[in-house]
Design a protein around this ligand. Structure first.
Ligand code: CMP
Length: 137
């Protein structure tokens, strides 16, 4: 089944001029970029986006980091987009990320883990709605 997922390139990578390399990796793996946006998250967007983590110990660190610099957001389209992109980015904890994954290559810490990808089709729809409210499939 072909569908969309949401991908973020986080501030620890956008500030290092690695945006092109990472977009090249996703395109080489068969994803089409349907929407693309570079912006700095404000508190309201970051809190809405990460609402499910509100009670977690790492929440404030995460919000501080995500609002600290520019993020690149993309709607990516492919067959089995959610599991394929999750496999390509690697484990949330970069120390456990498979060799060659985006997080293995670009993460600095568990928080500064380079990229985000939606974990389900439902999450993808919710996250796309937050970042690209005027996107029509
Ligand atoms: P992301 O895939 O964007 O989803 C939640 C984010 O919280 C995660 O990537 C990390 O950036 C951050 N985070 C920080 N600490 C942890 C942790 N211990 N477990 C999971 N996520 C964490």
């Amino acid at each position: 089944m072909e569908y969309d997922t949401l991908f973020l390139i986080k501030p620890n990578v956008t500030s290092r001029r690695k945006i092109g390399e990472i977009l090249q990796i996703v395109e080489k793996n068969g994803f089409s970029i349907e929407m693309l946006r570079m912006f700095q998250m404000d508190m309201a967007i970051a809190e809405k986006f990460y609402a499910e983590h509100k009670e977690k110990s790492f929440y404030h660190k995460l919000i501080d980091f995500m609002t600290s610099g520019k993020t690149v957001a993309a709607v990516l389209h492919r067959t089995n987009a959610v599991p394929v992109l999750r496999e390509l980015i690697g484990n949330t904890d970069f120390r456990q990320a498979r060799v060659g994954t985006i997080r293995f290559l670009y993460a600095d810490s568990i928080t500064r883990n380079a990229v985000h990808a939606s974990d389900s089709i439902e999450s993808a729809q919710r996250e796309i709605g937050i970042i690209f409210p005027d996107y029509i499939k």
